[in-house]
Write a protein that binds this ligand. Structure first.
Ligand SMILES: *Cc1c(COP(=O)(O)O)cnc(C)c1O
Length: 368
């Protein structure tokens, strides 16, 4: 059986180091806002080249807190609009609407699945304050045109980097391209905790300070509350494990890249539309390897009969969800088509060469 993602195997690759650290953190008697979080924040900051990194409880909170901080700083207010790709994971939208801001959906490019940069400007209104760029499936979305656009319209760029830690554009890490970025350390992400975790990176010290306060009841000084904040902290146990795994992220991403290149060069079945190779000057981190096919159910059943697990990211677009009833009648044909055709094949740093080989052979023998 080729599992979609073998989390146990991923974490057991560092069993001794992680277990020793867990015991040490357990015995330290200090579980929140301590040296493990500080060390991880500093190391992630150095890795990204960011000005500030703040550990938070999860990826959704990271994005919520960035927007909330912009509101506290008077840069955004309720009813303002944030552009966001229509085919993203719903959490990107939840972060926006939770703050009383309005998600304005933009169609993706049907090949790369990333937001269509040329369609951004037509969606900008006097109420637009930011673009939320999502490096979906680990593929970088960035372009010089974005820089021109945000300067011209005075917009902020928030990166949803939940799926793309380690990705790069011209040597700059995603999460350090825009003004601020949210990271998720959900166990299945490229850098996964043993539970929930997240982080914000940003370039502005004042923004960082505001987010740090907001994530801790709105307080930078114990019992002195500047804002009506939340409790959204990364804990010491998760930070200590993440700090170990951060050391290996580049080699794990390199293994994903090698597998993706094998798939791209050797899956030749005409029923399968492969994702394009990464754009030049970018490093893709292949959080997911997403193909398109017209009869998805048939392919998924065939692979399952051949003991290959696949998943769909995502079966229903946000604007068709009950949670966003007000958008249900809107039409995003590119997004809707993507949601009908995509299928994610197994890809992970712990897949063996034999598994990669079996997957390629099996899929090439599929008859549509
Ligand atoms: C996982 C994910 C999130 C949310 O992260 P959590 O840690 O699960 O809250 C947000 N956006 C995208 C694109 C994601 O993939």
């Amino acid at each position: 059986m080729i599992k979609f993602l073998d989390l146990q195997k991923i974490n057991l690759a560092h069993q001794q180091e992680i277990e020793e650290k867990l015991i040490q953190t357990f015995r330290s008697g200090w579980y929140l806002l301590g040296k493990e979080v500080k060390t991880f924040e500093d190391n992630l900051k150095a890795y990204l080249g960011a000005t500030d990194v703040i550990g938070v409880a999860n990826g959704l909170d990271a994005l919520r807190l960035i927007l909330r901080a912009y509101m506290e700083l008077g840069i955004m207010k309720k009813g303002d609009e944030i552009l966001v790709p229509a085919n993203t994971y719903i959490a990107s939208l939840l972060a926006i609407s939770d703050n009383g801001l309005v998600p304005v959906l933009v169609e993706p490019n049907p090949e790369t699945f990333n937001i269509e940069i040329s369609k951004l400007e037509e969606k900008i209104t006097p109420r637009t304050r930011a673009i939320m760029l999502v490096h979906l499936y680990g593929r970088v979305v960035w372009d010089k045109d974005i820089e021109k656009l945000v300067t011209k319209h005075q917009l902020k760029i928030i990166e949803d980097n939940a799926q793309a830690i380690g990705a790069e554009w011209n040597g700059i890490k995603t999460g350090n391209l825009g003004d601020a970025a949210g990271f998720s350390f959900y166990p299945g992400k490229n850098l996964g905790a043993l539970g929930d975790g997240g982080a914000v990176s940003c370039k502005d010290e004042e923004l960082g300070k505001t987010i740090r306060a907001l994530a801790n009841y709105g307080s930078n000084e114990k019992y002195v509350n500047m804002y009506q904040g939340l409790n959204s902290r990364l804990d010491e146990i998760q930070a200590s494990v993440l700090d170990i795994k951060l050391k290996y992220i580049d080699s794990k991403n390199a293994r994903r890249r090698a597998i993706a290149l094998e798939y791209c060069s050797r899956i030749t079945n005409p029923a399968i539309v492969l994702p394009p190779l990464p754009e030049k000057d970018t490093e893709h981190v292949w959080h997911l390897f997403v193909i398109k096919t017209s009869n998805r159910e048939k392919l998924q059943n065939y692979l399952s009969e051949n003991e290959i697990q696949t998943l769909i990211h995502y079966p229903i677009p946000p604007h068709k969800q009950m949670a966003y009833k007000e958008m249900n009648e809107l039409s995003f044909p590119v997004t809707e088509k993507i949601h009908k055709e995509v299928l994610s094949l197994p890809i992970s740093p712990v897949m063996t060469d034999e598994e990669v080989e079996k997957l390629i052979q099996t899929i090439n023998q599929y008859q549509a």
